[in-house]
Structures are given as structure tokens and as C-alpha cells.
Write a protein that binds this ligand. Structure first.
Ligand code: GLU
Length: 468
């Protein structure tokens, strides 16, 4: 059992850049970040780019973009494994010299045959230790011209265990663990080995990662011990499931974090929502980054899988929109209006945000709503006009224009007073005036509060459209 009481917490996020920053990765990054911040420690970013076929510069950039968007700034890094090859080779050489690793000249076919044999005997398929040095054992002759792999000399008895921050005590029998290949015939180090050397060199004290890595952990611990290093504390977080209980995947909608940016989610909302996937603080659902950092210790991490809930995400996002400043929303929504072909400068955008933000779940909804003011004016279809703007309505609109023109102040309250008095004078209900007014002034039958819309459009524009 590892008992490690570090004084300076150092965590890391170690993504393999194979596409984009997905939700599970973002959640792991967030937990590692929050844990480091909580302890006044250091958050390291390490790019595990040794899979040359799948790692691309674009994929690296996508991860950096995702983290920047979420505001998860690393204190150190990004470090790139591909730039550390010499260091891995150096450690492998050292292990060969110390006898904690050895050359194995078996071909992959031979190893497969060993496995078959074990299986046939009802045993766990494994490497049979042909090249493993033992006191008094003589090794086979080295086959000519064959390049060896390097294997780690795993302990053959006892157990390897750790007290997982999330799952509690976990143990593996060492007999279950093969002598892992740590370098390929061409000398390139393998995945688990690079992770070990990096966690060691980067003095990582706490590894928070997905529980798909649980099986790697005893191997990594044994290698660290062989190097004389104290293993970090591990915490394996359960995966995120889709709303249907299956592993979260593209079928459930966007899995890339940056898609959520595109779809109009606020980074703060995303951070708040992601934090609750596998972690809790009492019944708190809405909290600031500062609160998250204050509360995020190793307690309250959930052992069970969490479920992606798009409705809840929308609810959280709506909360953050509602509590954002009008100016901040305007700045975020302006480019979205442009993308819709509208002109964000056509109106006082912060006022529009004030009008719309209580009801919007996404920034894109705000942009859609703002198009009422930012798109070129399109008159209502004549059918609609014929249906709702009859002679009585025309008389009402004329009176309205008349009284509105003389208003001392062009405010929703003043406009409201005009409308109320007109309704009484003409003895009609609101829709009789509201619908024609909307149609004539905005071209639409439905809008948010008409007095607010009129106030934002401004006196000149409203009177001009009424006159036309
Ligand atoms: N690179 C691994 C991954 O993306 C994570 C390694 C680790 O956290 O130890 O799944």
C-alpha cells in the first residue's frame, strides 16, 4: 500500500492527441486542475504524442484550444513525449544495467505460441520468461541478426496495490502481470514506460485519470519502484455514460468540447457542469470556479459512473447566461450574429441582451433573438398583414404613432402607458393593437415584450415604419 504524503501537490493531464478534446478528457483535466489549485500546487500538461499514426499537430492544437476555452491553464508544459525520447532511452539503459530490465529475443510468433500453450493448459496466456535472467540460470544463445525487445523484470510474487483516491484499495497479484515490453526492437519506448518516466521526472504527486487505466497502474507502480521512485497517489474516475446508460459517444451528440463553444455554451457553465460529473459538494449544482477550487479535495469523488444530461447542461448554461453582464454577452454574441448574416452594430446590443437573456439557454439562441434587430428589415407577408391589419387596426396604429411621437421619454414604461390608454380609449384588448404593431414595426407576429422592442429600435425607426 502506498502512503505518500506530499507537501507540494503536482498533478498532470496527459492526453493522447488523436482528434479533439473530448468530454471525458476535459473532465479529467478539470479534476486535475481543480485538485492542484485547491492545494496551491502545480498543474502540468503533457502531450502523449508517441502514437505517430494518430497524433497530428491539428489534434494537439485542438487539445490546447479546448483547455484554453475552458480556462484550464497549465502551470507547466505542454511537454511533448516525442521530445523526451533520449531520456526514455537513458532510463532503459540504466534498468538494463541494474538488471530490472532485460533483452528478450523472442519473435512475436514465439510469444504468441507461448500464449497458446498456456491457454491450452487452462492458464493465463503469458510470456514464459525464456529470456528472464535468474541467478544460476543460463540463457539461450542469442539468435543472429535479431533485434531484441526490452522487458521489465516484474516481481514474480506478492501483490501490488494502492489506495485509490476514488475507488479505495485495489490489489493485483504480481503473478497476474507479465514482464511488460518497455522498448520495441527499434528501441522506441512503449506507452506505459513513457508514462512512468514522465510522472517520475515531473514529480507528479497525484494522478487523476479515467478508470480505463486501472490495469496499467500496477505495472506502472512496479516500474517506478524498480527505479527507486515513490509512486504517486492515483485516483481513477469512472467513465461518463450517455443519457441511455451506454458509454458516451458520438451517437449522443457532440463529444468534442469545442462543439459546445460552437453551439453557444459558456465556458464557465461547461466547467460547472463537468465538475458535477463524478464529483459533488452536498447538493450544490451551481457554483463558481472559485468555489470549485475551494471545495475540490479528494473527497466526494464518486465511485459510480456519471451520466451526461443535455437538459441539465442547458439549465446550467441558462443560469450562467442570465447572470452574465449584458456587455459580456454582447461581445460573445456579436460574431454569432455576423455568422447569421446580421449586423451586430445595427442596434445597442447590450440592451438586446438584457431583453433576451432571462429566457435563453444558449448564446446561439441569443443571436437568433437578436436578429430581430440586426437583420435587414423584412416586411410581414401580405397575407398576415391582410389578416391582422384592418381599418380599425390602422386607426389604432395612427393614434399610437401620434401619441408616441410626442413622448418626452422613449422608454418601455412610457410606451406602455400610451398603449394602455389607447386600449381603453378604443375599448379593445391588447392583441388588437399588439399584433398589428409587431407586424408593421418588426415584420413578425411574435416578439419579446413589444414595449421593450420598440424602446430598443428607437423612436425614429418605429415612426418611420409606422408611417410607411
Ligand atoms: N494518454 C492517456 C490517455 O489519453 C492518459 C495517460 C494517463 O493519464 O496516465 O488516455
Amino acid at each position: 500500500m502506498i502512503t505518500n504524503t506530499p507537501n507540494a501537490v503536482r498533478t498532470r493531464f496527459a492526453p493522447s492527441p488523436t482528434g479533439f478534446l473530448h468530454l471525458g478528457g476535459a473532465r479529467t483535466a478539470l479534476f486535475s486542475w481543480a485538485f492542484a489549485r485547491h492545494h496551491g500546487g502545480t498543474f502540468v500538461l503533457r502531450i502523449e504524442d508517441t502514437d505517430l499514426e494518430r497524433s497530428t499537430p491539428e489534434a494537439v492544437q485542438a487539445i490546447l484550444d479546448g483547455m484554453e476555452w475552458l480556462g484550464l491553464t497549465p502551470d507547466e508544459g505542454p511537454f511533448y513525449q516525442m521530445q523526451r525520447m533520449n531520456r526514455y532511452r537513458e532510463v532503459i539503459q540504466r534498468m538494463l544495467e541494474e538488471g530490472t530490465a532485460y533483452h528478450c529475443y523472442c519473435t512475436p510468433e514465439e510469444v504468441e505460441a507461448m500464449r497458446e500453450k498456456a491457454r491450452a493448459q487452462g492458464l493465463k496466456p503469458r510470456y514464459d520468461g525464456t529470456w528472464r535472467p535468474e541467478p544460476g540460470k543460463s540463457l539461450p544463445a542469442i539468435p543472429e541478426g535479431r533485434k531484441p525487445v526490452v522487458r521489465f523484470r516484474n516481481p514474480q510474487d506478492g501483490v501490488t496495490g494502492w489506495n485509490d483516491m476514488v475507488k479505495g484499495p485495489i490489489h493485483f497479484d504480481n503473478t497476474e502481470l507479465d514482464d511488460l515490453i518497455i522498448a520495441r526492437p527499434d528501441g522506441t519506448p512503449t506507452y506505459n514506460f513513457c508514462v512512468v518516466v514522465d510522472d517520475w521526472d515531473m514529480r507528479i504527486t497525484h494522478v487523476i485519470r479515467g478508470d480505463d487505466h486501472v490495469n496499467n497502474t500496477p505495472r506502472q507502480i512496479n516500474i517506478l519502484r524498480a527505479l527507486g521512485a515513490e509512486p504517486p497517489i492515483y485516483g481513477h474516475v469512472p467513465m461518463i455514460l450517455g443519457p441511455d446508460g451506454e458509454k458516451l459517444s458520438k451517437r449522443h451528440g457532440a463529444v468534442s468540447v469545442m462543439e459546445y463553444d460552437k453551439d453557444g455554451y459558456l465556458p464557465d457553465a461547461m466547467v460547472n457542469y463537468l465538475a458535477r460529473l463524478g464529483w459533488s459538494h452536498g447538493n450544490d449544482e451551481l457554483f463558481s470556479r472559485e468555489q470549485l477550487v475551494e471545495w475540490f479535495d479528494s473527497g466526494n469523488l464518486s465511485k459510480s459512473a456519471s451520466q451526461w444530461d443535455p437538459k441539465k447542461l442547458n439549465w446550467v448554461n441558462a443560469h450562467y447566461i442570465k447572470h452574465s453582464s449584458d456587455a459580456d454577452l454582447a461581445a460573445r454574441v456579436a460574431p454569432r450574429i455576423q455568422a447569421l448574416g446580421g449586423d451586430p452594430e445595427a442596434v445597442d446590443l447590450p440592451s438586446v441582451m438584457a431583453l433576451l437573456k432571462d429566457r435563453a439557454e444558449t448564446l446561439n439562441e441569443l443571436a437568433d433573438g437578436a436578429m430581430l434587430f440586426c437583420a435587414p428589415f423584412a416586411a410581414a407577408e401580405s397575407e398576415l398583414m391582410d389578416q391582422h391589419v384592418d381599418d380599425a387596426a390602422r386607426a389604432l396604429l395612427a393614434d399610437f404613432a401620434e401619441q408616441a411621437r410626442g413622448l418626452a421619454e422613449w422608454t418601455p414604461e412610457a410606451l406602455d402607458a400610451v398603449i394602455k390608454s389607447l386600449l381603453t380609449q378604443h375599448g379593445v384588448k391588447m392583441p388588437k393593437l399588439g399584433i398589428p404593431l409587431r407586424l408593421v414595426v418588426t415584420g413578425r407576429k411574435q416578439t419579446p415584450s413589444i414595449t421593450h422592442v420598440l424602446a430598443i429600435l428607437g423612436r425614429d425607426l418605429v415612426l418611420e415604419r409606422l408611417a410607411a
